[in-house]
Design a protein around this ligand. Structure first.
Ligand code: IPM
Ligand code: MG
Length: 357
């Protein structure tokens, strides 16, 4: 196959980690006989500086014309502490999600044998935990009406969901549950919120169509607790945008480092693959950021965008080998043993080319 991939490195450590993911993609394409072409686009603060728009039209056109999008991170401290800033890097990411119709964000949480002792939770709690978050990504408070009134002294953000929006994300979650361990947890706040009551109503209506899937309903506050108390009790969780944003950060600490977690955003147009972590501006240019989440995003890219499970497996095997060999960045390394970002990327690319499959 010949693949065209849009590469959007973004801000902070984004360019450094996506460069390592590119090495992994090129290595796996060479190994499996695929052609691949990357075309770079601007997004986030980098795009605001160049053209005043965090998601320029050329970038959108590039994404639409590509087979998949590999994205780094957006965010810049120059905008964070300025509540009056009219354009923000994050708007680029939100605009991209909305305009590409990426309504589902898939965040798999798995543990790595070499890292379980780094988890803030006890080994016996996390070992073997393996669940998938399905976060709704183009609705809810993120995109509902927002504004100020009373001369700016009152602010509001509105959480809105239509039945169609709820149905399509639930259908996806049911389908993933069917393919996994057939257990779906619908996370909401139906004791308080009307949108949550709609979610629960629609889920109850749909459940009989998936007779093999056991469905649980859990309030979001309880889910936040159960996630830490018994992460192994979960298989697939589905939730609305804001709850999903918060819970997936919480879940990301379970494996021991946020630097390991990848995600896929899928929907109407080209799918997007990105690490869960942000732009970590303090580390930018220092060659210390962990590239594994970006590299594992490349594995998800092969699995979800190209239906190439074997290529995905090859990347995952190389990542696991790097952890076993201790070729890791400072967030995971023993005292004095840290490798630079580029070295981890080179090691994994070489491993992909030479490992036995
Ligand atoms: C995420 C991020 C984004 C979000 C930010 C950067 C807008 O936190 O992907 O989880 O809130 O969705
Ligand atoms: Mg987030």
């Amino acid at each position: 196959m010949n693949y065209n991939i849009a590469l959007l490195p973004g801000d902070g450590i984004g360019p450094e980690v996506t460069a390592q993911a590119v090495k992994a993609v090129e290595a796996v394409c060479r190994r499996f006989g695929h052609g691949v072409r990357f075309t770079e686009g601007l997004i986030g603060a980098a795009a605001i500086e160049r053209c005043g728009n965090p998601y320029p039209e050329e970038t959108h056109a590039l994404c639409l014309a590509s087979d998949a999008v590999l994205f780094g991170a957006v965010g810049d401290p120059r905008y964070d502490n300025d509540p009056t800033a009219k354009v923000r890097p994050e708007q680029g990411l939100l605009a991209m999600r909305k305009r590409l119709g990426l309504y589902a964000n898939l965040r798999p949480i798995e543990t790595f044998a070499a890292l379980v002792d780094r988890s803030p939770l006890k080994r016996e709690r996390v070992e073997g935990a393996d669940f998938l978050y399905v976060r709704e990504l183009t609705g809810g408070m993120y995109f509902g009406e927002k504004g100020r009134r009373d001369e700016g002294d009152t602010a509001f953000d509105t959480c809105v969901y239509s039945r169609a929006e709820v149905e399509r994300i639930l259908a996806l979650a049911f389908t993933y549950a069917e393919r996994r361990r057939r257990h779906l947890t619908v996370v909401d706040k139906a004791n308080v919120l009307e949108t949550s009551r709609l979610w629960r109503q629609v889920a109850r209506e749909m459940a009989p169509r998936y007779p093999d899937v056991q469905v649980d309903y859990m309030y979001v506050d309880n889910a936040a607790m159960q996630l830490i108390r018994e992460p192994k009790a979960f298989d697939v969780l589905v939730t609305e945008n804001t709850f999903g944003d918060i819970l997936t950060d919480e879940a990301s600490c379970i494996p021991g480092s946020m630097g390991l977690l990848a995600s896929a955003s899928i929907g109407e147009h080209t799918s997007l693959f990105e690490p869960i972590h942000g732009s970590w501006p303090q580390a930018a240019g220092k060659n210390i950021a962990n590239p594994l989440a970006a590299i594992l995003s490349a594995a998800m890219l092969f699995e979800y965008a190209f239906s190439r499970a074997e290529e995905g497996r090859a990347i995952r095997a190389a990542v696991a080998a790097s952890l076993d060999a201790g070729v890791v960045t400072e967030d995971l390394a023993a005292e004095g043993k840290a490798c630079p970002t580029t070295e981890v990327g080179d090691w994994i690319a070489k491993q992909i080319k030479t490992q036995r499959l």
